[in-house]
Design a protein around this ligand. Structure first.
Ligand code: BGC
Length: 752
């Protein structure tokens, strides 16, 4: 079966007067043969070390070299280094008829060589400015190394802790996710794509990938259109509005349709309604996977469906290079579809300045000067400490005194120089992070004894991007030393959580408790010392009910990047007053997943009566999470009062001002993330019990009161009908302001 050709009128019409860019591209397109056009749509990964000898033995590599020389490749991924990218670029520019430069893509997700905290952690800072900074530095380092395009930001709203890729996004909320999406696009792309220190960004995975059934990566997605429009799409729309240069589609289907073959998403919405003028790259072989999903009979049909749906560049499926010419010749695919896709790719190459100078990003001088500098690492430390979330702090056990007599540092992650780098670590050197042990050694005074013991290993198998983790389930030989260290110390810092390769792509889990012997290690230490400060290093929410109950303090440090150890020590010893808030809900147990704060009320919410069983609840655990969305403590205490609205009733289109006073009752200056939520009480389609619609991170001095003001407009007060139409409906609304999604003050207003 082949699918009938169709063309969207908007693909070819250009109502604006031709710009210099348009003229250049028109002229170039006019010179291109169909084969050359198809070549531009083709992206391959590097198959040999570009800086080594040209391939002679390796057949795949030889073929690739030949394809590069004959103009069959428009882009490469995973080639990096100024010299390597220059070589590949030279091969293409000097050998092909038109010399159209390659665009080099790479997964620069949370840093290039200087690693910043994983994106989920950065979102926990609730300070988009930090994500802008880290993306800017990542772009600078990548650009200095020949890369001109990152496959980031991942803007998938992730509600399911079982899904390993929650680490790559900004958490469960579309509003917070949109703010971080915008900041990252700004950071990567800067003011001008042609600047040799900025790179093109890519909003991925369009769309719905994070909703894979049961949290299993690559699984099918079944979601309704109301969820699609209100939860999944907003961060993508925000990225498009911010001018993101490219989009990546995804591996998943939505309600049976592979998104790579979705012309609704890619043509109608993205390129049509949203006016996106960059290009869409497929995910790795996602065009080929259309067949495996069962939505095409062969690779040729995959190519047919994908190009018609608006998937412009084929990453590694070889569907376009093998079949598009043939499909055009047979009259199945209109050549204008191909021309339009090429136009989009040439446009981004033009905006990057590659036609002026194809080698502008291959600057060996910059490469020496700009990567992994002290300045970049100082920024990584700043971002890392602001990303950490204090989840518990009984009796103010934290901050620790730098002159404490004795501190035990225990745990499989305490002296781990690799896990803090996280997954998707681009060119970070393995074992290059500052470990917590190093960080604490540097922070303590001379009189403090630091009693270190590993306790147990977390994993006992290969640690890399592709191999399955094997956890240590039986070797307790380090317990004795750990217990002895705990016994002779005033306080224990216990570093546990996840190995860096436990979260990330393909790292789905059915059990999100601590793996291996970590819980047992905690229990053994608890027998001899109750002052346990748990430092969690992880890439997803974990279910830690016993630790939440028994520990004295918990600091969620995530996989915090190159400077992790210093940054954690900054927080533990009070050099930095923690200010992070959870961007995801932490469940009590995996059975609650997916759990998120912006759920709908149901017709039978618990709490309506004393009755229990016939209401929407679990019979073996509470509905509530362990730690709610937006939660995080500080060494200061913040009091909220005087929540005031400037009107009790507004007309549609009016603005509503919301003010609140926040007082720092503590003894230390500190930052607080003031959060605003709304609830539309009676709408055509039931709305969530709370929706984040504003937040502000404010520094409040000890004893000081600050007034924080928010403005609500149509943009915050409406929602999408399942058909995709945005509406603001009249009626009663609640507004909540507080320090997390549960502890809030509440007011009410009406839209007439
Ligand atoms: C991932 C993408 C990534 C691509 C290229 C895929 O497996 O899903 O997010 O950008 O590989 O490395």
């Amino acid at each position: 079966m082949l699918f009938s050709a169709f063309i969207l009128a908007s693909c070819t019409n250009n109502p604006k007067p031709a710009s210099e860019e348009d003229r250049f591209i028109d002229e170039l397109l006019g010179k291109m043969t169909l084969a050359e056009k198809v070549g531009q749509l083709n992206q391959y990964t590097s198959r040999w070390e570009m800086t080594g000898p040209a391939p002679t033995e390796n057949k795949g590599a030889q073929d690739l070299l030949q394809e590069l020389k004959s103009g069959m490749v428009g882009s490469m991924l995973n080639v990096n280094g100024a010299e390597a990218t220059r070589k590949a670029q030279q091969t293409v520019v000097e050998n092909t008829r038109l010399g159209i430069p390659l665009i080099f893509g790479y997964d620069v997700i949370h840093g290039y060589k200087t690693m910043f905290p994983i994106p989920l952690a950065e979102a926990a800072s609730w300070n988009p400015e930090l994500a802008r900074l880290s993306s800017q530095i990542a772009a600078k380092e990548a650009a200095a190394s020949g890369i001109n395009w990152t496959f980031a930001p991942m803007v998938d709203v992730g509600r399911d802790a079982r899904w390993g890729r929650v680490m790559e996004g900004a958490g469960e909320d579309p509003f917070l996710g949109s703010e971080f999406a915008k900041a990252r696009v700004q950071g990567f792309q800067g003011e001008d794509l042609a600047d040799e220190l900025t790179i093109a960004a890519c909003a991925k995975h369009f769309a719905g990938y994070a909703f894979s059934d049961a949290g299993r990566d690559y699984n099918s997605v079944e979601i309704g259109n109301e969820t699609l429009h209100n939860i999944v799409l907003p961060p993508f729309k925000a990225a498009a509005e911010e001018g993101v240069a490219t989009f990546m589609n995804g591996f998943n289907t939505i309600n049976g349709l592979p998104v790579t073959a979705s012309s609704y998403l890619q043509r109608d919405l993205l390129k049509g309604e949203w006016g996106f003028d960059g290009f869409v790259v497929s995910d790795w072989n996602s065009i080929g996977e259309i067949e495996i999903h069962g939505a095409a009979a062969n690779l040729k049909e995959c190519a047919d469906r994908a190009i018609k749906a608006g998937s412009d560049m084929d990453m590694e499926a070889r569907a376009y290079i093998k079949h598009l010419e043939e499909l055009v010749k047979e009259g199945q695919v209109d050549e204008t579809l191909i021309t339009e896709a090429v136009r989009r790719i040439l446009r981004i190459k033009y905006r990057l300045g590659l036609f002026d100078d194809p080698y502008k990003y291959c600057n060996a001088e910059n490469e020496k000067k700009l990567i992994y500098t002290n300045e970049n690492r100082a920024a990584a430390r700043k971002v890392a400490r602001e990303s950490m979330v204090l989840l518990k702090n009984n009796k103010h056990i934290l901050p620790l005194a730098t002159n404490a007599k004795s501190i035990a540092l225990i745990g499989p992650l305490a002296n781990d120089k690799d896990s803090p780098l996280g997954n998707w670590r681009a060119k970070a050197e393995s074992q290059s992070a500052v470990s917590l042990l190093e960080g604490m050694q540097a922070a303590i005074g001379q009189t403090t004894r630091l009693n270190y013991a590993e306790g147990c290993k977390l994993s006992i198998g290969p640690r890399n991007f592709t191999d399955r983790m094997i956890f240590n389930e039986s070797d307790r030989s380090g317990f004795t030393k750990a217990v002895a260290a705990a016994r002779k110390s005033e306080v224990v810092v216990l570093a546990i959580g996840e190995d860096c390769y436990q979260s990330g792509e393909g790292r789905s889990m059915t059990d999100i408790r601590l793996k291996g012997l970590q819980q047992e290690l905690f229990d053994a230490i608890y027998q001899v010392n109750k002052n346990i400060v748990v430092v969690l290093m992880n890439g997803r929410p974990l279910a830690i009910p016993e630790i939440a109950e028994k520990s004295a303090a918990i600091l969620e440090a995530w996989h915090a990047g190159s400077e992790a150890g210093h940054a954690i020590a900054d927080v533990l010893f009070g050099k930095y007053n923690p200010s992070g808030k959870l961007p995801v809900t932490f469940p009590r147990n995996v059975g609650q997943c997916p759990i998120f704060y912006n759920y709908k009320n149901t017709g039978r919410p618990t709490g309506m009566t004393d009755a229990w069983v016939l209401y929407s609840c679990y019979n073996d655990a509470p509905n509530s999470p362990q730690f709610p969305f937006g939660y995080g403590l500080s060494y200061s205490t913040f009091n909220y009062d005087n929540l005031v609205l400037d009107q009790s009733s507004i007309e549609k289109g009016d603005k509503l001002k919301v003010k609140v006073s926040v007082t720092n009752k503590g003894e230390l200056d500190g930052e607080e993330v003031v959060q605003l939520y709304i609830r539309d009480i009676a709408a055509t389609y039931a709305r969530p019990v709370k929706e984040l619609k504003g937040f502000e991170k404010v520094m409040i001095k000890a004893g000081e009161t600050k007034e924080v003001e928010f403005t609500l407009t149509e943009k915050e007060l409406g929602y999408y009908f399942p058909c995709g139409k945005y509406v603001v409906e009249p009626g009663e609304f609640q507004v909540f302001v507080g320090s997390n999604s549960v502890d809030v003050l509440q007011e009410q207003f009406t839209i007439k």
